[in-house]
Design a protein around this ligand. Structure first.
Ligand code: SAH
Length: 511
């Protein structure tokens, strides 16, 4: 087991006599990755083993350790069916072998998640566990639809109810008379198919047919949909509208507040799925920006950044240092720190940065770049260096980068040294995301290496629009026989976002 992990994880856990391992029942929230708790993210990052269910946010596993064992143990839909006994046996086995096991469930682990049953099995086996509550779908989906489940004067109680997918099997399981008489909001967790029998039974048991009711599907996700009606009309309306699982149904006067309190404004990329091929470590800012615009993001990292051990020369020998990426900046400073130096090592030299991301990374380290070209490619930097005096240049960059910059500077008579601080290596794509990538509306490429490595294991879908950050990446795409549908005019992340939004608007966006 990861020692640091277990010590930190143990913080709040109830240690049992069962030996080394620990199981954390972690709620992953309703779907929006922003609704994962801080503790959930912390445990996901520490876990040796993650056993996850179907309705967890796709992004929840992004922060897992590269060597963690990730296992789908969902019950239905999509993936394979894993029987409950098998899941419990696996959990016990891994915990007994000393692992930190995260049992990751959608919403809250103790709300219709069988978390209680699994915790009883652990207690019986004497294995320690921790519970990390999550935001449950019934409250979160309602909230994202502008429905407060309690409201002064309208509802001072709320009941969370689940019913079997097969209405016939509900006989006896639920007390319909009690539910009909319940003095407050009813929130049902279940598929849309159950709605006709559910609403009919509530009306038959005396719940007013005219009471407001709302169905919220895919709550908190970019594709969330809300439908408002009455107890009498909602089932047929939901069927007509093609509302899909997962969905919750809110029955009570508060449902009508959706009309006044709906607050989510559809972003310009609402309904669009965008696949991001950047290295996982850098994808998050792009992914977050895309989500903020309403897109559903698929992280499909095609590359991984690996630091190289090339010797970093003494910096005072140079009068110009060129940095070509934020990665390069980070790794340069790591190297400087490793030999006891800091930003002052750059004090006597001109510092050139290709692109605002590189300049930002420098600023975060206390260095303001002297030269940032208007065009964020090597050619732009060469132009920007016209009239600048230098004779000894250090270029810190990725292994295998183009030679345009060193060649041009040598032509101008400078002595040029190159240090390769890192290389990008292929990150095999998770086979589970391949179908989603093929169906994406947009597929984004931020460098030639993402193009080459992505195409080593996947192909874009036929209807997917290919987005490139700039001409160099576009050329690589064309070399591989792909059409570039969208090319950013500003060759950075903001430029890429602008280009997608403009393309979407031009495509009859918002439809
Ligand atoms: N433990 C989970 C519930 C699991 S039961 C929680 O606390 O949320 C699964 C049911 O939850 C689904 O059938 C659906 O009714 C509801 N659900 C889960 N995610 C949802 C979402 N994003 N929007 C609406 N309902 C959701």
């Amino acid at each position: 087991m990861n020692v640091r992990g277990s010590a930190a994880a143990r913080g709040g856990a109830d240690a049992g006599p069962g030996g080394g391992g620990l199981v954390a029942f972690v709620g992953a929230g309703p779907g929006d990755p922003g609704l994962l708790t801080a503790r959930a993210l912390e445990l996901i990052a520490l876990a040796d083993v993650i056993l996850y269910d179907r309705l967890i946010p796709r992004e929840a596993l992004a922060g897992a350790r590269a060597d963690a064992e990730l296992r789908y143990v969902g019950k239905q839909g999509g993936g394979p069916f894993v029987p409950q006994e098998e899941t419990e046996a696996l959990m016990l086995e891994r915990a007994r072998s000393g692992a930190l096991v995260v049992r990751l469930k959608g919403g809250d682990p103790f709300v219709f998640g069988r978390g209680g049953e699994e915790a009883l099995a652990l207690r019986a086996a004497g294995i320690a566990f921790e519970v990390v509550p999550g935001i449950t779908a019934g409250i979160a989906a309602a909230g994202y639809a502008g429905i407060p489940v309690t409201h002064r004067g309208l509802a001072s109680a709320v009941a969370l109810v689940t019913a079997h997918e097969d209405p016939e099997k509900n006989e006896g399981a639920l007390d319909w008379a009690a539910l009909a008489a319940f003095p407050g909001t009813l929130v049902f967790y279940m598929g849309v198919r159950t709605l006709p029998s559910l609403t009919a039974r509530l009306i038959a048991a005396g719940r007013p047919a005219a009471q407001p009711a709302a169905v919220v599907s895919h709550g908190t996700l970019p594709v969330q949909r809300t439908l408002l009606g009455t107890l009498e009309t909602i089932a047929a309306a939901a069927a007509d509208a093609g509302m899909q699982a997962p969905a919750i149904t809110v029955i009570g006067d508060v449902a009508a507040l959706h009309g006044e309190l709906a607050w989510r404004v559809a972003g310009p990329l609402a309904g669009m799925t965008v696949a991001v091929t950047r290295a996982r470590a850098q994808a998050s800012s792009l992914a977050a920006a895309l989500r903020a615009l309403g897109a559903d993001v698929i992280e499909a990292p095609a590359i991984r950044i690996v630091a190289r051990a090339d010797e970093l020369p003494a910096l005072e020998r140079f009068d110009l240092i060129c940095l070509t990426s934020a990665n390069g900046v980070e790794l340069l400073f790591e190297r400087l720190e490793a030999r006891g130096e800091d930003a002052r090592a750059l004090a006597g030299t001109l510092v050139a940065a290709i692109g605002p991301g590189t300049a930002r990374a420098l600023r975060a380290r206390g260095v303001i770049a002297d030269i940032v070209p208007e065009r964020f490619v090597a050619e732009g930097l060469i132009e920007a260096l016209t009239g600048v005096d230098f004779s000894n240049v250090l270029i810190a960059r990725a292994a295998g980068a183009r030679d345009v910059l060193p060649d041009a500077l040598r032509e101008r008579g400078a002595s040029v040294e190159i240090v390769s601080l890192y290389e990008t290596v292929v990150e095999p794509l998770d086979p589970a995301v391949l179908p989603a990538i093929a169906e994406a509306d947009y597929l984004t490429f931020t460098s030639s290496s993402t193009v080459r490595n992505f195409l080593a294991s996947a192909r874009p879908g036929v209807d997917t629009r290919i987005v490139s950050i700039g001409p160099v990446t576009s050329a690589t795409l064309r070399e591989h026989g792909l059409n570039v549908d969208v090319e950013a005019t500003r060759h950075d992340i903001d430029g890429l976002l602008e280009a997608i939004v403009a393309d979407r608007a031009g495509e009859g966006g918002g439809a």
